[in-house]
Design a protein around this ligand. Structure first.
Ligand code: PXG
Ligand code: PLP
Length: 440
């Protein structure tokens, strides 16, 4: 059945121009490796690894097998007061990959839930230590921390916040973002300029008194808002300021964990260890929804007080540690190890960087940015029609070239497979170039 004969009336699509899409839909109904197959039979190359999720490619046989086996063996088991073998094993597995001292793993079902969980753990930690006055949360402009009320409040993407402005959680401030085309356009990797932007946190500490601040949350490399690598020294400086004032540092690694930066975690790539790490996406290669929050031992220990028969943290999701998701996670970790996925990712970085920066000479392009296997090509907005060029590029790639790319307004974002074939990667960028050449 083709998409045209499907009834879309009941289906409200997330983060999509619904009316525009439904006028001319084309639906994906299978995938294998680095390609999707649409309902009209065409094969589309995926330049975005799902939605940053599927670094190993789609329908990896090892993960498929693990999920099939698990769903027939234990389909569900609550993890409140009871638990399952796969959740226990995955917690240990993930913690063993984490920076030293991050010994605890709390399961969620998405990045948004991981973020709200991390914020609640931060608030609970300070209260458990008798510093219940530390309630303020600090995010960053242009940050994306999901769409639940906590993550939306610390997030800094204006369209996501606008409608809900009056209902964002109180006691939140934002440090300024690190994006500056004037100083840093066309930088390969981390910009040299901008470490001092971290001092904005000192300003908020002076304003509120640092003793009232619970936590600061940032993405090590901002993803959704257009790939903004941290300036050299910036994350180190945030860490120092947090230490000075007793503030917890949360790295939101929903995108950057599990190989996107050729390491298990961005924290290791940058050599800066936060107190809490949020993850999702690559935890199961996107196969089953799952997230995890990794926490320093000292934070967990602070909760472990009072009568031993009492619940220490009143928080959890029905599906926290779902056995089928955890089985997918364990198989994903096996594949990362067996196939040397993070080393493969490292070996692709230079090629990817060169391909991205080959766009620097293109008339529409005002910036190119990259770090690890995250990259962006930013076009100048067309006069009076911001976002039009990006939208057209997306549609032309999708319809005329069978290429799935992602655009945020006029910025094209790329999240190649961690095990990409270098020639296919090159071909995908040649296609993007051809498409950009046709755009006014
Ligand atoms: N934190 C970060 C850093 C993310 O990138 C979330 C939290 C929320 O995760 P869930 O699983 O609740 O969606 C994300 C998600 C894009 C794009 O275009 C990125 C995300 C989601 C949608 C679009 O880059 N990241
Ligand atoms: N709403 C109701 C009425 C519920 O009973 C529950 C969970 O039991 C929830 C919401 C929360 O659902 P979840 O645990 O899947 O986040």
């Amino acid at each position: 059945m083709s998409a045209a004969s499907k009834n879309f009336d009941a289906y409200w699509m997330p983060f999509t121009a619904n009316r525009d899409f439904k006028k001319k839909p084309r639906v994906i109904n299978s995938a294998s490796g680095h390609y999707y197959t649409a309902d009209d039979g065409s094969k589309l190359y995926d330049t975005f690894s799902g939605l940053w999720t599927s670094g190993l490619g789609h329908c990896h046989p090892k993960i498929v097998e693990a999920v099939q086996e698990q769903v027939a063996k234990l389909d569900y088991c609550m993890t409140f007061q009871v638990t399952n073998d796969k959740a226990v094993a995955l917690a240990e597995r993930v913690v063993n990959m984490a920076p030293d001292g991050m010994t605890q793993c709390f399961f969620t079902n998405s990045g948004s839930e991981s973020v709200d969980t991390a914020l609640k753990i931060a608030l609970g930690y300070h209260r458990a230590r008798g510093e219940g006055n530390r309630t303020r949360l600090i995010g960053r402009e242009r940050g994306y921390h999901g769409v639940n009320f906590g993550g939306m409040s610390v997030g800094g993407m204006v369209p996501n916040r606008k409608v809900f402005s009056a209902n964002l959680i109180p006691g939140v401030d934002h440090v300024r973002h690190t994006h500056d085309i004037e100083h840093n356009a066309f930088t390969r990797g981390q910009p040299e300029w901008g470490a001092h932007l971290a001092d904005d946190l000192e300003r908020l500490c002076a304003l509120h008194d640092g003793s009232n601040i619970a936590a600061v949350i940032v993405e090590p490399v901002a993803g959704s808002s257009g790939i903004l690598p941290p300036p050299v020294g910036y994350l180190e400086r945030l860490r120092d300021i947090c230490d000075k004032h007793g503030i917890l540092l949360i790295f939101d690694e929903v995108i950057t964990a599990f190989g996107r930066l050729a390491q298990p975690f961005g924290a290791q790539r940058f050599g800066v260890t936060p107190d809490i790490i949020t993850t999702a996406k690559g935890l199961t290669n996107g196969v089953i929804p799952m997230g995890a929050v990794l926490v320093r031992d000292s934070i967990y220990d602070a909760f472990m007080q009072g009568p031993e028969n009492m619940i220490e943290l009143f928080h959890g999701y029905t599906y926290s540690g779902h056995p089928v998701a955890a089985a997918a996670g364990l198989a994903t970790m096996d594949v990362y190890d067996e196939e040397g996925t993070f080393e493969q990712a490292a070996s692709l970085e230079q090629h990817f960087e060169d391909l991205l920066h080959s766009f620097a000479d293109h008339g529409h392009i005002i910036d190119v940015r990259n770090y690890g296997l995250m990259g962006a090509i930013e076009m100048a907005p067309r006069d009076g029609a911001p976002g039009a060029r990006g939208g057209e590029a997306h549609k032309k790639c999708f319809w005329d070239e069978n290429l799935v790319i992602r655009n945020g307004m006029d910025t094209l974002q790329f999240s190649p497979f961690l095990n990409s074939n270098p020639d296919e990667m090159q071909k995908s960028f040649e296609t993007v170039r051809r498409v950009l050449d046709t755009i006014e």
